[in-house]
Design a protein around this ligand. Structure first.
Ligand code: ATP
Ligand code: MG
Length: 586
């Protein structure tokens, strides 16, 4: 089983396994109907789950949640998770999205190839079966062709307070329904001329059971099946069948499908009774969506952000897409940890990005090499350098562990010289209360280097500080005997001017100022954060400048950064700040 925190889905799966609900279930090695599976071996997978995206856009953080949940549960309980493209809608789907989804699921660390079998499926390859199932329903008196207008059908559906009324076409004979269905499929009828409906109950309190449409006419070319079909199944009809053909045991979806579950069970129950589908049938379970404060995930609105140039693309580091999160520097492990932490509950949940940031820090704390950099540089001149070291050119070697807890990662080496870059806000001409860093008369340690004492600053004509002046306190070199004899309250990070490499830093804040940018019909454009991205020029030490793209580092006191996967070049570094340090020491 598993030592992860339990949740209602885990409890259902554990109960089903304990009761042997799915024991003896056959799986023929590929999806198919009852006969196909009956000829196959007992399924070695204890459970089967699936992640079923529609290939009509890029995946986002909410999808990451669903991917981690479905693949994670399968992995934890000796099961298999299928990656299934729900490509039943001919118009909106594209190969570009299929490829991007495959890349994103892989990047998250999941695999659908088990024992040499690729469990990657396309709902469109089930179109033949879906049409056959529709005919079986017609033959059994459970489906009819309705030729009312869409408006008439809507009006006849009734509402929460009143029952629907029967369509004048509801009591057609099987033979007539077959003939009309054949005509629907023939291509002779225009879009909207007729639909195939399930015949269930026009008075059901669940409006989804008031004879839902299961097939519509659509003269559209499909990315996989071309012009073969002019009728396409409705999602609510297609999805349960896809699950059943693949022998999914636990079909996990979000809460908005709860009202569809009775139809899910109705449809599969009848198709199994008619001998078309293998049993036991899949069961649907609904969990609450993951929502993140300040994050908008609607595909249509994310597309607007890209198309209108509010962000640089689908992979802009501020985007909640998986590609945006990847470029920002979040790790697959941090997303998986976030998914685990947010669990699975029966209500929609809202969390802050801090859950992901916390997961990222946890992942990187033990892994990321440490380094020093300066993002808002101010020159510090050590005026007695030549007196102490004999020459203005003297370079004082300094050493620091690559990682404070992991000696095996070795040491990093750099040098200190007469001029160093420090953070502008580490100096104050007039120190505010409690300020322990550089101000005239105060001593601080240059981390891993020497103690210096501030003597003043230089300014330009308009009064801006252009350099800070200080003197070296002799015999205070970190790691030498007596270094600690001189006590200081502040330690600051720095990069020596003589070896600093200019670097671009991209610093991000939340994209929206409101927690629910598109709530209550608000135009999300009105709450775009104008300072969600700032690009600044700073310096890194040469060791940092030479790392490869995608390398993640902890820049001391500044946060976790990643070398941008697109724009970073060794020697011309570009770093994205992923997130700050939880308790930056200042
Ligand atoms: P969206 O409208 O947000 O783009 P969708 O549900 O239309 O998402 P699909 O491609 O149909 O996109 O989603 C694939 C799977 O991901 C579905 O099972 C869906 O329920 C799940 N999913 C999408 N968003 C979330 C979320 N915020 N939390 C959990 N699961 C989600
Ligand atoms: Mg959807």
């Amino acid at each position: 089983m598993s030592d992860k925190p339990t949740n209602f889905l885990r409890q259902i799966i554990e109960r089903d396994i304990a009761e042997g609900v799915n024991d003896g279930r056959r799986f023929a090695g590929s999806p198919g109907d009852a006969a196909h599976h009956a000829a196959g071996p007992i399924d070695a997978a204890k459970i089967r789950t699936r992640f079923p995206p529609e290939p009509n856009g890029y995946l986002h953080i909410g999808h990451a949640k669903s991917i981690c949940l479905n693949f994670g549960l399968a992995a934890d309980y000796g099961g298999i998770c299928h990656l299934r493209f729900d490509d039943t809608n001919p118009e909106k789907e594209e190969q570009e999205y299929v490829d991007a989804i495959i890349e994103a699921v892989r990047w998250l660390g999941f695999d659908w190839n088990v024992g040499g079998t690729d469990h990657l499926y396309y709902a469109s390859s089930y179109f033949d079966f879906m049409a056959r199932a529709a005919e079986a329903l017609i033959d059994d008196g459970l489906a009819y062709v309705d030729e009312q207008s869409a408006e008439a059908m809507r009006a006849a559906r009734g509402d929460f307070n009143s029952a629907g009324t029967d369509s004048p076409f509801r009591s057609r004979s099987v033979a007539e329904n077959r003939a009309r269905w054949a005509e629907m499929c023939s291509g002779r009828l225009p879009d909207g001329a007729a639909v195939l409906r399930a015949r269930i109950d026009m008075a059901s309190p669940n409006i989804n059971l008031r004879d839902p449409a299961i097939y519509r006419i659509k003269h559209a070319s499909h990315h996989a099946t071309g012009d073969r079909w002019c009728v396409y199944p409705m999602y609510t009809y297609a999805h349960p069948i896809e699950d059943a053909l693949e022998r999914i045991t636990h079909s996990i979806c979000t809460l908005e499908f709860e009202d569809q579950r009775p139809f899910y069970d109705w449809l599969l129950g009848h198709l199994a009774r008619l001998g078309l589908l293998a049993t036991p049938l899949p069961r649907q379970y609904e969990f609450g969506r993951l929502n993140i404060n300040g994050v908008m995930t609607s595909k249509r609105k994310l597309k607007a952000l890209v198309d209108e140039g509010h962000v640089s693309g689908w992979d802009d580091p501020r985007m909640p897409t998986i590609f945006g999160l990847r470029r920002r520097g979040y790790t697959p492990a941090s997303l998986r940890l976030m998914a685990e932490r947010t669990g699975a509950s029966k209500t929609n949940i809202w969390v802050d990005m801090s859950v992901l940031d916390g997961a990222l820090r946890e992942d990187l704390e033990s892994q990321a090499a440490r380094a020093m950099a300066v993002v808002d540089p101010l020159r510090l001149r050590l005026t007695n350098w030549a007196d102490v070291f004999g020459s203005v050119e003297h370079r004082e070697p300094c050493h620091a562990p690559a990682h404070p807890q992991r000696a095996e990662l070795g040491m990093r080496s750099f040098t200190l010289g007469r001029e160093v870059w420090i953070e502008r806000d580490d100096f104050a001409e007039v120190p505010p209360k409690g300020f322990f860093r550089l101000f005239p008369g105060n001593r601080v340690r240059l981390k891993y280097g020497l103690v210096v004492e501030c003597s003043g600053c230089q300014k330009d004509a308009s009064g801006n500080v252009t350099a800070v002046l200080a003197t070296v306190v002799p015999d205070t070199k970190s790691g030498t005997p007596g270094a600690d004899a001189v006590k200081v309250k502040g330690t600051i990070t720095w990069v020596a001017a003589h070896e600093a490499v200019a670097a671009e830093f991209r610093l991000f804040e939340r994209l929206f100022t409101a927690d629910q940018p598109d709530a209550d019909g608000r135009d999300f454009r009105s709450v775009l954060n104008p300072s969600s991205r700032s690009i600044v020029s700073g310096f890194v030490d040469p060791n940092v400048a030479s790392v490869g793209a995608d390398t993640r580092l902890q820049l001391e006191r500044l946060g976790y950064f990643v070398a941008d996967r697109i724009d970073h070049r060794p020697g011309q570094p570009v770093f994205n700040r992923i997130t700050g340090l939880k308790d930056g020491y200042k």
